[in-house]
Every structure is written in structure tokens, then in C-alpha cells.
Design a protein around this ligand. Sequence first.
Ligand code: GUN
Length: 295
Amino acid sequence: MEVTLIDGKKTSEAIKQEIAEEVAQIKEQGGKIPHLAAILVGNDGGSLTYVNNKVLACEKVGFKSTLIHLEDSVTEEELLAKVNELNNDADVDGFIVQLPLPKHISAEKVNEILLPEKDVDGFHPVNVGRMVLNLPAYLPATPNGILELLKRYDIETSGKHCVVIGRSNIVGSPMSIMMAKNAKPGNCTVTLCHSRTVNLPEITRTADIIIAAIGIPEFVTADMVKPGAVVIDVGTTRVVSLTKKSGFELKGDVKFDEVASKCSYITPVPGGVGPMTIASLLLNTLRAAKKEVYK
Ligand code: GUN
């Protein structure tokens, strides 16, 4: 079977182009320029790259962006004060606090005090609850980016068995809920697998769609995949590389080289899901500036 490579980079560029055109129109009409702020704590290499990419993407589509880089040693109180400052800054339409945070800071506390109407990551309990209940909400960027790929590649999901591997708050859990919704894409029968799942390969072999978000490089091997399955790889683990100039390379959760030839569709790493996460964040920020979710 011919496999189609799902090009997240190209798709995200198309979305960014659409956003840029809308921003140009807003500017022409003298409207409010969307403004995204990002808080980064510490110097984790992966997080630095992700946040820088988010800020660069803002510039590319004509948004205003503010990067707030805090020391690893910042106290929880100081970070919460910064979040409150952004809550009260009328020019900031939406903001994110890049995860993971240092161990001495509670991500739950941070997510609870940011204003739901500025929570463009969709992590606040109010946005999560509204998403579950089909009320207008900011949808989490990575799962929403995956839905956008399934939509733009016209991949049938209705009635299919979707196996999500990984139950994180950011990807696996919301993804499983979104794939089960009465929507397009959606209407899947969903199985959510995780580290305690017994006979995981047996379950994945029955999947029409596999969404791997477990954070273990090359976890999904060819023997776990049904011929013709759609495989979405959310993994982005940095591993040491002797051949790359940067000294590392990104590895997905799927053993691409042996799995790809069995699939109908597959996302590469890099260039699959990753760029779509940023495109989704920009879409949420645009919705925030237009007050589309919370009027
Ligand atoms: N860390 C990994 N993914 C994300 C994300 O989508 N948003 C934030 N804030 N942190 C992350």
C-alpha cells in the first residue's frame, strides 16, 4: 500500500498564511493586533526552542509577542505574580506558561490562576471542562493541531477504532475525548492506553488510527501496527546525535523506518505534529483577540 506522509510543516504554513491575511485585514481596519505573551522559566533546551519558535511564528503572522524569561530560581509566588500581571494587562490577549516548570512550582496552581479568557493553551480547568461539555473553549494546541491534520488530509475517522497511547493532561487525555466527540473529525471508538495497560500491542493491532503520545522514543514498532493504519506521532524526545551539528536529534514515539511502509498515513518527526501545535496556538490567540470564545 502507498503511504502518504502527512506534512505538518506545509499544513502549518498554509494556516499561518491564512492567519497573516486576517491580521493584515485587521490592521487595515484599525483593529486590535493580536498579542501573545509567553513565560519561560529556566533554560531547558527543548523549552527554549519551543518558546522561541512560538515567538517567531507570532512575528511571521503579524502578531505582537512578548517573551518573559525567568530564572530557574524564581519562586512560585513570583511566577504567580507575573501571571496576575498578564491577567491584568489589557494589551495581552492571551498567554502561555511553558511546561514543564521547575519542581518547586506547581503547574496546577499556575493553570488555576490564569484567566480562562486568556488561556490560549486551553489548560485552565474551566477550558478543559468547557471542551468536555462541547461549550466554546480554547482547545489544547497539540490535540487540536492533530484534528486539523486529519481534517485537511480528509482522513475518515467516523466509526474507526482510535488508540491513544499516553494519558497526559496536555495531549493524551484531551485527545481521547476529542476523538470520541460527535464531530468531524471524531466519532471514533477510543481506547486510551498508558504505562499500566496490559497487552498493549494486542490493542494497538486493532487500531485504525494510532496516536502515540507516550514520550518514549521508537515505542511503536511495526508488529504493533495493523496494515493500512493511520499513525500520528506526537513524540519529540531529544536524543544525543553524533552526526547532527546541534549534538542532538528529535526522536518520535514511532519507529518510523519500519512502521511507515505498513501505514496508509503517517506523520514524520520532525515536521509532523510539532509545527501544528504552534499553528493551533496562533489560531487560539487570534480567537482571543477577536473575543470569539469569551464574549
Ligand atoms: N509543553 C509541551 N507542550 C506544551 C504546550 O502546548 N504548551 C505549554 N505551555 N507547554 C508545553
